[in-house]
Design a protein around this ligand. Structure first.
Ligand code: COA
Length: 415
């Protein structure tokens, strides 16, 4: 069976996390991704957070599956000549250098267009045009500048960053969509275009509901689904909502049996209005079904703390899995707090390829997250990440370079 992006060639100038997330997805959908790395060094993450001396880190291997790696000094005149050939033979150039790096290398948008008018140039940057456009950005800076940190955490604590890499991996996802759209538009126009995904924009997009709440707060001065209601104070900006869903169906994290010793013995419980009756039955509060102080969602809003305390008194008598089984039997939405240890061992995630075991020549076997997006006619086979420069000679030969030229590049340390 073919793959969705068969025939698409990606010149992958990405490093660290955001860009590699994007090109890994494209590779999983069948694109030929050629990762260009600095000769003698490679993507800096190859050696960051190493758990085995001298072996590519999990940081690198888990973000660079299904790619080919070539080394090339793109600041050397002969390296630039090879890069020109690559630009002419590829469909998309993806990069997440600091602002201006590609231009400084001599490969401006105009130059790339002159070499290959069909080339799509896709970039992750920290910020879009504006006061911070020249700034370098890493994950947590994006979470802070994109609105996530100011809205995450507890009301009486400092802003918090989240473990989900919404700045890096989230922006990589946004960029991948932009690239596929640009490829689609190219079918009609025959021309490439620039695709930009700024990390601040990507995070803000994922925090869309908080900008919704900002405007609700500005209009009404209060948000009844937030834990600050009814006894706390609201300021002028959306506050941190702790574990409250803050949405139309109030939810919270509640303790389960074993919480005293297990940091993940918790459950997310949603008091969905249509199943209020069932919730009351399960937790033994039948009186709340008809009591006007509890019977409707509006009536419950000032009493959410009390409601969740009653729910927790029930969940603390069950493990998170027992509680989940019982609640699901009544169609009550809830979810266990799963640790990475539990996710790694979960058979259903292995069965769908969302968690995969990969074999690597120097690392041995390791676990990775496979393609979370499943296409029925383009299944993903996760292949190990390339060693540094593993495909340099293969790719240069495909570009038409003779063996003698390749030897000369090697002797001059251009590759
Ligand atoms: N051959 C020769 N030089 C190369 C090369 C190659 N194959 N590949 C890269 N380089 C050069 C670049 O041209 C640049 O040189 P210059 O600064 O002299 O112009 C240099 O290597 C370093 O690139 P840079 O991107 O500045 O790396 P950095 O380590 O200083 O910064 C980031 C890292 C992530 C902060 C920065 O790249 C950035 O802000 N990227 C955009 C936002 C982003 O993606 N952040 C999230 C990362 S997960």
């Amino acid at each position: 069976m073919g793959k969705a992006l068969d025939g698409v060639r990606i010149l992958d100038f990405t490093h660290v996390q955001s860009g590699p997330t994007c090109t890994q997805l494209l590779a999983w959908f069948g694109a030929d991704v050629i990762k260009v790395e600095k000769a003698g060094a490679g993507d800096v993450t190859r050696e960051q957070l190493r758990d085995i001396p001298g072996v590519d880190s999990l940081y690198f291997t888990m973000l660079n599956h299904n790619k080919r790696s070539i080394t090339l000094d793109t600041k050397h005149p002969r390296g630039k000549a090879v890069l020109e050939r690559l630009i002419k033979s590829c469909d998309v150039l993806v990069e997440n250098f600091a602002p201006g790096a590609l231009d400084r290398m001599g490969f401006t948008w105009e130059r790339i267009q002159a070499l290959n008018p069909r080339m799509i140039v896709a970039s992750v940057k920290g910020f879009g045009p504006g006061p911070y456009e020249d700034c370098k950005v890493y994950e947590n800076v994006a979470q802070c500048a994109g609105g996530a940190a100011s809205t995450t955490g507890f009301d009486d604590g400092p802003p918090l960053v989240t473990g989900a890499q919404i700045g890096d991996s989230g922006t990589g996802l946004h960029l991948a969509l932009g690239i596929v759209c640009a490829l689609y538009q190219r079918n009609a126009t025959g021309r490439g275009q620039k695709v930009l995904a700024a990390m601040q924009d990507g995070v803000l997009n994922l925090c869309r509901v908080k900008l919704r709440d900002q405007q609700r707060l500005a209009r009404t001065g209060v948000m009844k689904e937030y834990p600050q209601y009814p006894n706390g104070k609201f300021g002028s900006a959306v506050p941190r909502a702790a574990n409250a869903s803050g949405g139309g169906q109030p939810g919270s994290i509640v303790k389960c049996k074993g919480w005293e010793t297990d940091p993940n013995a918790y459950l997310y419980f949603i008091t969905q209005a249509p199943v209020w009756k069932e919730i009351c039955h399960v937790i033994g509060r039948e009186a709340w079904i008809t009591d006007p102080a509890y019977a409707t969602p509006d009536a419950r809003l000032p009493r959410l703390k009390e409601v969740f305390q009653a729910i927790e008194a029930w969940t603390m008598t069950k493990t998170k899995f027992e509680a989940m089984a019982e609640l699901n039997a009544h169609d009550i939405p809830c979810g266990p707090i799963l640790s990475m240890e539990e996710l790694a061992a979960e058979p259903s995630l292995r069965a769908t390829g969302t968690v995969v075991e990969v074999d690597h020549p120097t690392r041995g076997k390791y676990l990775s997250v496979g393609n979370p997006i499943k296409l029925s006619d383009s299944p993903t086979e996760v292949k190990r990440s390339p060693l540094l420069g593993e495909h340099t000679r293969e790719v240069l030969a495909e570009l038409g370079l003779a063996d003698a030229d390749i030897e000369a590049l090697s002797a001059e340390k251009v590759i």
